[in-house]
Design a protein around this ligand. Structure first.
Ligand SMILES: [Zn+2]
Length: 485
C-alpha cells in the first residue's frame, strides 16, 4: 500500500510542553510584577492580545491571515502543491526580499562578532549525543531514509555548531565564543492545522548565533548585548519597537535569584512584558525571551529570541580551558536576532495590511521594495526617453523599472500602486529636457517635484546600512512573465 503511517517521532520535550503548567505575569520596566488577571491593560492593547494568545496555547489556524493573499498578489511566495505542505516556493521578488533580509541579518551578526560557519542539514538518528538532544527540543522532525540508515533533517543550527565546538580547543580567552549560521533550511514537521502562509512553515530560514560563555556574569552582559542587537535588527528590517511585544519564559528558581537581571531586560525594552513561569525546568534553558509580532488576526508569533542553556555543553562535551588550568563547561546562549526570515516577511506584510485597514497606503520598507521607482512612459513613443531617464540612475543603488506595456496611463499607475511601488514617475513630452520630475510619492500620498539626484539620495538614505541588490526581473514589464495567475 505504501500508505501505512509510521509512528511519528515526538520528542519528550514536546510531550512535556503539552503537560506544562505555567504561571503568567506581567512585569513592568519598574520591576513590578502582577498576575496577568490583575494587570490593567489600558494603553497596552497588543500586550493583552499577546497574553491571551499565549495563555490559550492553541496554535490552530481558524482563518487565513491577510498576508497569505498578499504574498501571492505581490508575487513573492506561494504554496508548492508538489511538496510537503509548509515548503514554499519563492518568486523573483520574494527571493530578492528574502536574500536582502538574509544578508542584512548576517551582516549585523558578523559586526557583533559572530563567526559564520556552515553545517550539514541532516544527521544520524542514532548518533548518541543527538538522540538525547532530540528529546530535549520541542519540535517534530522529518526523517530521511537512505539504504538502511535513518537521518533527521535539522530543526535548528544547534547540532552542527555544538559538534564543531566539541571538536574545537577552546580557551577562556576565546570566550564569549560566537558561532553563527544562517540555516537554509531548518525543518520542523509542524502540525498540518497549524501551517499557514509565511507564519508557520515546515522549512524555514533561521539565523542562529550561539555564544559560549564562561559564567553567569559573562552571560548577563552577552545576553543584554544580544537583546539590544535583536531590537536594532528588527528596526533595521522595518519593524519598530511598537510592532512587537516582549515575552519572557523563566524557571521560578532562576527568577528568584536573578529578578533584577530579568527586569533589566524589560527595562531595555521599555514597556511591560509577559512572563511565563515554570516551577520546574522542562527544557534545557532557564531563561528565554522573545520579541513577538501580533498580527491582524490577533495571533502572536515569535521573531527574535535568546535562551540561556545550562545543559547542552555537558551533553555535547563542549569544554573550555579556564585560567586555573581546569576544563569547564561553558553556558550556551541560543539567539536568533530576527527570527525566521520568512516570519519577518510575514510580519512586514501583516503590518502593511493593518496600515491599509487604518486608511494608509500599504508598503514594504523602501530598502526591500522590489521596484523602488517605476517609470511610466505615456505611450510607446516615450519608452526610449524612459530608458534614458533610467540610465541616469544607473550606478546608484536604486531599483528602477519601466512599464512599456500598451496600456493607458491610469491603468499603469493603478498597477504600480497595486505593487506598492514607493515612487512613480509618468514621462511624456513635458518631461523631456527637464531636470526635475513630478514624482508620485506613495508614502506621503502626493506628487513632488524632484531631481533624479534628490530621489536617489532619498532612497539611499532610507536604505542606509543595509545591503542592496539589483532588480530581480527584466527592467521592462513586457519582458516579464506573470508568475501568479
Ligand atoms: Zn541553538
Amino acid at each position: 500500500m505504501g500508505e501505512e503511517k509510521k509512528e511519528e517521532v515526538v520528542s519528550e520535550a514536546l510531550k512535556a510542553e503539552e503537560r506544562l503548567r505555567s504561571k503568567w505575569f506581567i512585569l513592568t520596566p519598574e520591576g513590578e510584577m502582577k498576575p496577568v488577571e490583575e494587570f490593567d491593560f489600558t494603553g497596552y492593547e497588543k500586550l493583552r492580545k499577546f497574553a491571551e494568545y499565549e495563555m490559550r496555547k492553541s496554535r490552530v489556524v481558524e482563518r487565513e491571515p491577510p498576508h497569505t493573499a498578499l504574498m501571492r498578489s505581490l508575487e513573492l511566495a506561494d504554496y508548492e502543491p508538489a511538496s510537503d505542505p509548509g515548503n514554499l516556493r519563492y518568486y523573483p521578488k520574494g527571493r530578492l526580499i528574502k536574500s536582502l533580509l538574509e544578508e542584512y541579518v548576517t551582516q549585523r551578526v558578523v559586526e557583533y562578532g559572530g563567526m559564520e560557519v556552515e553545517t550539514p542539514i541532516m544527521y544520524d538518528m542514532n548518533h548518541p549525543t543527538l538522540a538525547k538532544y532530540l528529546h530535549r527540543f520541542p519540535a517534530r522532525q522529518y526523517i530521511v531514509e537512505s539504504d538502511k540508515d535513518r537521518y533527521f533533517l535539522r530543526f535548528a543550527a544547534c547540532f552542527g555548531q555544538f559538534l564543531m565546538a566539541h571538536d574545537a580547543t577552546i580557551s577562556y580567552r576565546n570566550l564569549p565564543l560566537r558561532i553563527y549560521e544562517l540555516t537554509r533550511y531548518s525543518f520542523r514537521r509542524e502540525q498540518r492545522g497549524e501551517l499557514v502562509g509565511l507564519r508557520r512553515l515546515r522549512a524555514f530560514t533561521m539565523p542562529d548565533v550561539h555564544a559560549l560563555c564562561r559564567d553567569l556574569e559573562e552571560v548577563k552582559g552577552e545576553f543584554r548585548r544580544r537583546f539590544l542587537l535583536s531590537m536594532s535588527v528588527l528596526e533595521g528590517i522595518g519593524l519598530s519597537r511598537e510592532d512587537v511585544e516582549l515575552g519572557v519564559r523563566v524557571t521560578e528558581d532562576f527568577f528568584k535569584e536573578h529578578r533584577e537581571f530579568v527586569t533589566s531586560l524589560v527595562q531595555l525594552f521599555g514597556r511591560p512584558a509577559l512572563v511565563e513561569m515554570w516551577s520546574e525546568r522542562f527544557f534545557y534553558f532557564v531563561l528565554k525571551w522573545e520579541l513577538n509580532f501580533v498580527d491582524a488576526l490577533d495571533k502572536a508569533s515569535a521573531l527574535s529570541t535568546d535562551q540561556i542553556d545550562v545543559e547542552n555543553a555537558e551533553r555535547y562535551g563542549i569544554k573550555y580551558m579556564d585560567e586555573d588550568g581546569r576544563e569547564k563547561y561553558p553556558i550556551i546562549l541560543h539567539c536568533s536576532p530576527s527570527g525566521a526570515i520568512e516570519r519577518d516577511i510575514y510580519a512586514l506584510l501583516e503590518k502593511a495590511y493593518m496600515e491599509m485597514e487604518a486608511g494608509r497606503p500599504p508598503m514594504l520598507p523602501i530598502w526591500l521594495s522590489p521596484t523602488q521607482v517605476r517609470l511610466i512612459p505615456v505611450s510607446s513613443a516615450y519608452v526610449d526617453f524612459a530608458e534614458e531617464v533610467a540610465g541616469r540612475l544607473e550606478g546608484r543603488p536604486v531599483r528602477v523599472d519601466i512599464d512599456d506595456r500598451e496600456e493607458t496611463v491610469p491603468r499603469k499607475i493603478r498597477d504600480a500602486e497595486k505593487e506598492w511601488i514607493p515612487y512613480i514617475i509618468v514621462l511624456g513630452e513635458r518631461e523631456i529636457g527637464r531636470d526635475r520630475f513630478p514624482v508620485r510619492d506613495r508614502r506621503r500620498g502626493e506628487i513632488r517635484e524632484m531631481s533624479l539626484e534628490e530621489l536617489a539620495e532619498e532612497i539611499e538614505e532610507a536604505s542606509k546600512g543595509r545591503p542592496f541588490k539589483p532588480l530581480p526581473l527584466p527592467k521592462r514589464l513586457q519582458r516579464r512573465p506573470k508568475f501568479v495567475g
